[in-house]
Write a protein that binds this ligand. Structure first.
Ligand code: GAL
Length: 807
């Protein structure tokens, strides 16, 4: 029987009025997958009857189960200042990502004419991809985060084509959960031999003023007597400038186009234009390409750092790993958008893709939502951090991987800096200094408009050996005590906190006595949300704020991390069942921890922040000292316990812990109401907040981040479920087992409670609440209609929420 599945839909990109000079086909559905070695699986005759049917993006490991033995790594992590090797469980998430996975996909390209050029483009495959078409090996690309493509024109045949992809993840190849499988999109591009080269268009805006912007477009083309017509189109679809050119410099046509009175791209109003490029041979249209770009000016100045459109702009940034918590590494645009929406509200203006190439979806969103982006390439160069890491590929592949990174992403206005590496052990030794220069030169060759950084942790050494002096933007990971000396000794005239804080906390968990600690651990494997716990090498947020606020030459920071991620459960690296991080400003479910409001109080300068911690349910602590902190955008506030004033506090720049927080250290716990009143600088009360001691868990409250989603089979609504008492107060200690049922035009996708020690699987529709909350992710189908999520828990009044899914 014909096992082939026809490409169920073609995504033709009809550009302009002239149809089909270029087709784009996304290979997303009906892939066959098996999670083991199968001899001869690349051969067309292989029987895939017992293979699973999956859609791509796909992460084969996220359904678990968690297992302590998976990739347990016995290592001495010098970056963590360890003196001896230790067994780290959960370092890579304890999910079954190790091993071999095979994918097969059958497709047809009906109407494909002889002489067409066909490219197969992967946005990323984890890892060591080997690709066959119709039984013939097309090529391989090892780095799991790299974008790559193959010309498959000569491998295609009429009718059914069989694509086979083999991936392999060895143990000891990552420091975090890398995901597994074809976790980003795969596309086929069909175009003419005479056409725009893949990733060959480079748009820059070398001159920007209110009156006019100069848009420079370099287009690499295949073809001889060609003519290029470019229209610059604004966000409303109006053509604002055009140019026709037929002069080539080698394979490149260069155009300079004036755009009068340009709308500027910035973080507040991220205005986007598109360049519509048409390539003609004689009068025949051969290719069309639409490239989105922004008009903005990016320069870096001594003593100031980034000047965006003439304004000094400090990085209020976060580092992000690529996993999406309960969804694993499989890219989903709605999940990425939710993250960025949460970060935007915090006042965050920048993202660092740590420590590898970002997804195109994430960059598109950053362009649209107004985030600055540091696009990173590697966590390792030639010297290993983990035995089977990128060090195995560096010498042969690093240049290609950097070239692909830059060419595939350089038109994104959000990218304002490249990073060639993170804490690479090559910071030591002459070879490493040469590698730093070699890589930076490749970035400069491919993109002369943006600087390059490296996140350095061996700062004392890189001050001596010349490494730090080479890098365009000296990035310091932690190492606050060396900021002053580094500024003096490095020639660039500024430094960047390329990675900061690494404060650890668990949402809604508070420990006593309230003190500052390094590497503190507790019997329940949680960290305190008073935000005073960091690692040996790191610090609390307040310490970074001081440097950012007091020294103009500190050009901003990228906090480790915006969201918790799978793997790296510091400070519980050896403590099973810890399997995900505690570093996040938000937890793995995306729920803000208290720290979110500390950053928000400083970063979001437009909106008020007034947040009280801890919760006020301390049965058994009656009469005991229970400090209260308030994170607020106001300078002064007064605290009341059951109406009794605990005094006013005002931020005090002379006291390290009182400069950014308001603290009442001597409050004695008594159940009831905790209320804070904030005052403006004239002493007028302007805002208040209160929290109440909650009674017994009574019912469930459901709230969706989006109540209307698209019926595209991909879109997501995130429903936060809170266990509340009869009056609607959050029960902050509730850990009820909850069950979920989705009906109508959607599906249950995942659930996550943010507890780094939970071994309940994300895809099974039951989970315990953690600190009274969890988040259910619901996915649309391709049918429009109403989606209903029902949540039940023993002894609790159940609840349902309705979400609309529209075409
Ligand atoms: C840094 C490293 C990050 C993460 C972090 C945890 O040294 O660059 O990847 O491991 O420490 O604090």
């Amino acid at each position: 029987m014909k096992s082939s599945i026809f490409l169920c839909f073609f995504v033709f990109l009809f550009l302009g009025g002239n149809a089909q000079v270029r087709q784009l086909v996304t290979l997303d559905s009906n892939w066959k997958f098996i999670n083991k070695e199968v001899a001869g699986a690349e051969k067309p005759e292989t029987n895939t009857a017992n293979w699973e049917t999956v859609s791509v993006p796909h992460d084969w490991a996220i359904k678990g189960p968690f297992d302590k033995e998976i990739d347990a790594q016995k290592v001495r992590v010098t970056q963590d200042m360890e003196k001896e090797a230790r067994m780290r469980t959960g370092r890579t998430g304890a999910l079954p990502h190790i091993g071999i996975g095979w994918y097969r996909k059958t497709f047809e390209l009906p109407g494909l004419k002889a002489g067409k050029k066909v490219l197969l483009v992967f946005d990323g495959a984890m890892s060591d991809a080997h690709v066959w078409l119709n039984g013939k090996e097309v090529g391989n690309h090892p780095y799991g985060y790299a974008y790559f493509y193959f010309d498959i024109s000569d491998y295609l045949k009429d009718g059914e084509n069989i694509l086979a992809v083999r991936l392999e993840n060895p143990s000891n190849s990552s420091r975090w959960y890398p995901g597994a499988g074809i976790y980003r999109k795969v596309q086929i591009i069909v175009k003419d031999e005479t056409s725009f080269k893949q990733w060959g268009t480079f748009i820059t805006t070398p001159f920007v003023s209110e009156e006019v912007a100069k848009v420079n477009i370099k287009s690499d083309v295949n073809g001889e007597d060609v003519r290029l017509v470019t229209d610059i189109v604004d966000a409303d679809g109006n053509v604002v400038a055009s140019k026709t050119s037929d002069e080539k410099f080698g394979k490149t046509i260069e155009q300079n186009i004036a755009v009068p009175h340009p709308e500027i791209w910035d973080t507040e109003s991220p205005y986007l234009y598109t360049a519509h490029s048409k390539l003609f041979e004689g009068n025949e249209l051969k290719d069309e390409l639409v490239t989105r770009f922004g008009i903005r000016s990016v320069v870096y100045e001594r003593g100031k750092g980034l000047i965006l459109n003439g304004e000094v702009t400090k990085f209020k940034g976060v580092c992000l790993h690529h996993d999406l918590g309960p969804l694993g590494a499989a890219v989903n645009k709605a999940a990425l958008k939710r993250q960025l929406t949460i970060l935007k509200d915090m006042g965050c203006n920048a993202i660092r893709s740590s420590h590898n190439m970002p997804s195109h979806e994430q960059l598109e969103l950053c362009d649209e939502m107004g985030f600055l982006f540091m696009a990173e390439s590697f966590d390792e160069w030639a010297k290993a951090k983990v035995k089977n890491g990128y060090n195995r590929w560096f010498n042969d592949w690093a240049e290609k991987d950097v070239v692909n990174l830059v060419r595939a992403t350089r038109n994104h206005p959000s990218i304002v800096m490249w990073s060639s590496g993170n804490e690479v052990p090559d910071q030591w030794g002459d070879e490493g200094v040469k590698r730093a220069k070699w890589l930076q030169d490749i970035f400069h060759r491919e993109d002369p408009t943006r600087p390059v950084t490296v996140g350095m942790d061996q700062v004392a050494n890189t001050m001596k050996n010349g490494f730090g002096a080479i890098i365009d933007v000296p990035g310091l990971n932690y190492r606050l005590p060396l900021y002053g000396e580094a500024y003096q000794r490095f020639p660039q005239g500024f430094i960047l906190g390329s990675e900061t804080a690494s404060t650890v906390s668990s949402r809604g968990v508070y420990k006593f006595p309230v003190e500052e600690y390094k590497q503190k651990t507790y019997g329940d494997f949680q960290s305190s949300s008073y935000d005073l716990e960091a690692c040996n090498w790191s610090n609390i947020p307040d310490d970074d704020f001081v440097w950012q606020d007091d020294y103009d030459w500190v050009i901003g920071e990228f906090v480790w991390t915006g969201f918790d991620y799978l793997g790296e459960p510091t400070p519980y690296n050896e403590a099973w069942p810890s399997r995900s991080s505690y570093f996040g400003i938000c937890d793995l479910a995306g729920l803000p921890k208290d720290r979110y409001y500390l950053y928000r109080s400083r970063w979001n300068t437009k909106e008020e922040t007034l947040h009280i911690l801890p919760h006020w349910n301390w049965d058994g602590r009656e009469g005991e000292t229970t400090p209260v902190f308030v994170y607020t955008s106001y300078n002064t506030a007064e605290l009341f316990v059951n109406g009794v004033s605990q005094g006013k506090r005002t931020k005090n720049r002379e006291e390290r812990l009182d400069r950014y927080r308001l603290r009442w250290m001597d409050v004695k716990y008594e159940p009831g109401t905790l209320k804070v009143v904030a005052f403006d600088d004239n002493g007028n009360p302007v805002a208040e907040q209160e929290i109440h001691t909650a009674g017994k868990p009574h019912h469930l409250e459901l709230s969706a981040d989006r109540e209307v989603i698209s019926a595209d089979g991909k879109d997501l609504s995130y429903v936060t479920v809170s266990v509340v008492d009869k009056d609607g107060n959050l029960c902050p200690n509730a850990d009820n087992q909850l069950n979920f049922e989705v009906s109508g035009a959607g599906e249950f996708k995942a659930v996550c409670n943010g507890d780094a020690t939970s071994l309940e699987m994300f895809h099974i529709p039951t989970m315990k609440a953690f600190s009274g909350k969890l988040v259910v992710t619901v996915q649309s189908t391709k049918e429009a209609g109403e989606i209903e999520l029902q949540v039940k828990g023993k002894g609790l009044k159940s609840n349902t929420i309705k979400i609309r899914s529209n075409t």
